[in-house]
Design a protein around this ligand. Structure first.
Ligand code: ZN
Length: 141
């Protein structure tokens, strides 16, 4: 399924729905991207629905940045030496889900990301299981 079709179907914020969160902290969690720019594209967001970076409390921000740090470490463990950390803030920054989140994406140039948007596809359950297994293997070490 194309990501744009998925977006038309959703009725609730996907980050506020119960989901496989991979690494859950008290106020935030790290997860995989359902419609990735890269197969190992990770996301970090708050548990509470906050639409702007400025709506986050200090504890939420601190926890999220710890998880961004962990996400970068996970990608390094996967063998990537380069990654981009992206947070889209505001209505005109190209975000598709209003709930503020950080993207941590290996081997991609930021200029390529928005051009790729129309081609983004939702991951299959098989791909999701593979990604979760890979992340869990790294964080157990
Ligand atoms: Zn939300």
């Amino acid at each position: 399924m194309l990501y744009d079709d998925f977006l038309k179907k959703i009725k609730q914020c996907p980050f506020c729905l119960p989901q496989e969160r991979i690494i859950g902290k008290k106020l935030s969690f790290l997860t995989y991207a359902l419609a990735p720019y890269h197969k190992d594209h990770l996301l970090v967001t708050s548990k509470r629905h906050a639409e702007s970076f400025l709506d986050l409390g200090k504890k939420e921000r601190d926890e999220m940045l710890d998880l961004v740090n962990l996400a970068v470490r996970i990608l390094h463990s996967f063998g990537y030496k380069d990654c981009s950390i992206l947070g889209r803030d505001g209505n005109n920054a190209g975000k598709s889900i209003k709930h503020f989140h950080f993207h941590v994406i290996p081997k991609v140039l930021l200029g390529d990301i928005d051009n790729y948007r129309k081609e983004r596809k939702i991951l299959s359950q098989k791909d999701i299981d593979k990604t979760i297994k890979k992340i869990r293997a790294v964080i157990k070490k």
